[in-house]
Design a protein around this ligand. Structure first.
Ligand SMILES: Cc1cc2nc3c(=O)[nH]c(=O)nc-3n(C[C@H](O)[C@H](O)[C@H](O)COP(=O)(O)OP(=O)(O)OC[C@H]3O[C@@H](n4cnc5c(N)ncnc54)[C@H](O)[C@@H]3O)c2cc1C
Length: 460
């Protein structure tokens, strides 16, 4: 079957390149840098006027995780280069202990500095960027994507390519190309959304003092002995203060059981990950609009709660609210292999592994309940097989970042930023290598792909 884009206005802004990447989140940028560095022409299309996606537009952090719980580094390459450059500029604290005790390390970064750094990396790899453009149509011929269309203020933009990478986070391009997917799995709904906000002027020593004196109010894995020395802290708890405020009706409409927040790169700065919007589908524009409103409506009551009851927050002020609500999960695309919960729990290795992940299965409740956390087994990390990047039915398209082929539970682990970026680097590298075979992604020799990744710093 041949599906053609409408002719006409499309000619005005048309472009072409060897590699076309949809989505400039951390995964899409890593893919673009990898393909650009391998000498390929790359166009990266992003609906916002900046890069970073969930990590910057939704202000999600700290970046996780570059290490297993036992401290073995499992992500290197482009993601690690980006972190090192941020550290040099004073815009990241580098890899620091996770005081919530969920992971081997977390990596606090400044989201605005991240936008600038990603741009710098992409430009120096020769990537051409199309901003303010939302990909909304695809032209396919048999099992190949021929061109895509993005919508701009002054009409459509047609972009032709030889190989396409879907790093939209939601699998937009793959879905347009009729790759099968589910939203949720069985009875499990996609995870809830969270609008992140940042407050400043917090006295962390008061937070730590309360934590040390009231240990049973905090996440069971909390590493209390590290709180005073860690360069940054993560906090999951204050459950008694939360319950009391809830009983007084001060937290109505916020379906949670605790506060969750992380200290940031600058002194006194805290990123709050405590809003929760449940039972909404982020692919439905009306429900997403309601979610944005609900998320913003929760900021006021939370700020009052923090200032009034949480030690150290009395004089804090609202420093920034994320541009958009953080969307954890939408489409689960179907690829040649669908990573399962058991693969994560077993810490499974694959011959075609192209990235590693050490984050637990971390499922935020679709109600007030506790976040579920199931550790990675084996040696503490599992492989992402290349086959998870190969979408059913299309021969010149790669899935990347959080929209690779995984089950709902496996997704709750693999979605994490360090792994999304490592997968991004792998997808950009595979895209470049596939050009010797006219973009046929299934003909890429996995041994060559793995060797190229390792040569460029990836840890496999
Ligand atoms: C609330 C929340 C908390 C989280 N907590 C953490 C955490 O503490 N640590 C951690 O490491 N990870 C965390 N994650 C997960 C992690 O942030 C994301 O899974 C990861 O950033 C995904 O990166 P990505 O590049 O694959 O996708 P995204 O960052 O979603 O990037 C997709 C990009 O594509 C663009 N785009 C989408 N559709 C189109 C289109 N049709 N046309 C053009 N552009 C398009 C988007 O604007 C975006 O820039 C959290 C996520 C959420 C939502």
């Amino acid at each position: 079957m041949i599906v053609r884009l409408k002719e006409g206005k499309l000619e005005r802004f048309k472009a072409e390149s060897e590699v076309v990447i949809v989505g400039g989140g951390t995964a899409g940028v890593s893919a673009a840098i990898a393909a650009g560095r391998l000498g390929k022409s790359v166009i990266l299309i992003e609906r916002y006027p900046f890069l970073g996606g969930t990590a910057t537009a939704a202000m999600v952090g700290p970046t996780a995780t570059f290490h297993t719980k036992k401290g073995r580094q499992i992500v290197g390459g482009i993601p690690n280069e980006i972190v090192e450059s941020l550290v040099q500029n004073g815009d990241s604290l580098g890899h620091v202990p996770d005081t919530i005790g969920v992971a081997g390390s977390v990596t606090p970064i400044d989201p605005d500095a991240m936008k600038l750094m990603l741009l710098q990396f992409a430009k120096s790899a020769g990537v051409k960027m199309l901003f303010h453009a939302l990909v909304n149509e695809v032209e396919t011929k048999h099992d190949r994507v021929v061109a895509i269309q993005a919508i701009s203020k002054d009409g459509p933009v047609r972009i032709e390519g030889k190989i396409f990478v879907d790093a939209s986070g939601d699998g937009d391009l793959a879905a347009l190309a009729n790759v099968p997917y589910t939203v949720g799995e069985g009875k499990a709904l996609p995870q809830p959304m969270t609008l992140i906000f940042k407050v400043a002027n917090v006295k962390l020593d008061e937070v730590i003092k309360y934590m040390l004196e009231n240990r049973n109010e905090f996440w069971h894995g909390t590493t209390f002995d590290k709180l005073k020395t860690a360069p940054a802290i993560g906090v999951s708890g204050f459950t008694t203060l939360w319950k009391e405020a809830q009983a007084r009706g001060e937290l109505n409409g916020i379906p949670r059981d605790r506060a969750l927040f992380f200290s940031g790169v600058r002194p006194g700065e805290v990123t709050v990950n405590t809003t929760r919007v449940i039972q909404k589908n982020a692919l439905n524009p009306w429900e997403l609009s309601e979610a944005e409103q609900e998320g913003r409506a929760q900021v006021g009551p939370l700020l009052r709660f923090f200032r009034k009851y949480i030690p150290g927050f009395k004089d804090c002020y609202l420093a920034q609210v994320a541009t958009q609500i953080g969307v954890r999960e939408t489409r689960l695309m179907q690829g040649e292999y669908r990573l399962s919960a058991q693969d994560v729990i077993d810490g499974r290795k694959f011959d075609d592994g192209i990235a590693q992940c050490a984050w637990p299965i971390d499922i935020h409740h679709q109600g007030e309940g506790l976040t579920l956390s199931t550790d990675v087994g084996g040696d503490g990390a599992y492989d992402i097989p290349y086959r998870c990047l190969l979408p059913d039915g299309i021969s010149n398209l790669l899935l990347s970042g959080r929209n690779i082929s995984v089950s709902h539970e496996a997704f709750a682990s693999s979605r994490i930023q360090a792994t999304s970026m490592a997968v991004g680097q792998a997808s950009g590298t595979a895209a470049a290598l596939s050009l010797n075979r006219s973009g046929a992604v299934r003909e890429v020799a996995v041994s060559v792909l793995r060797d190229t990744l390792v040569k460029n710093g990836a840890l496999l």
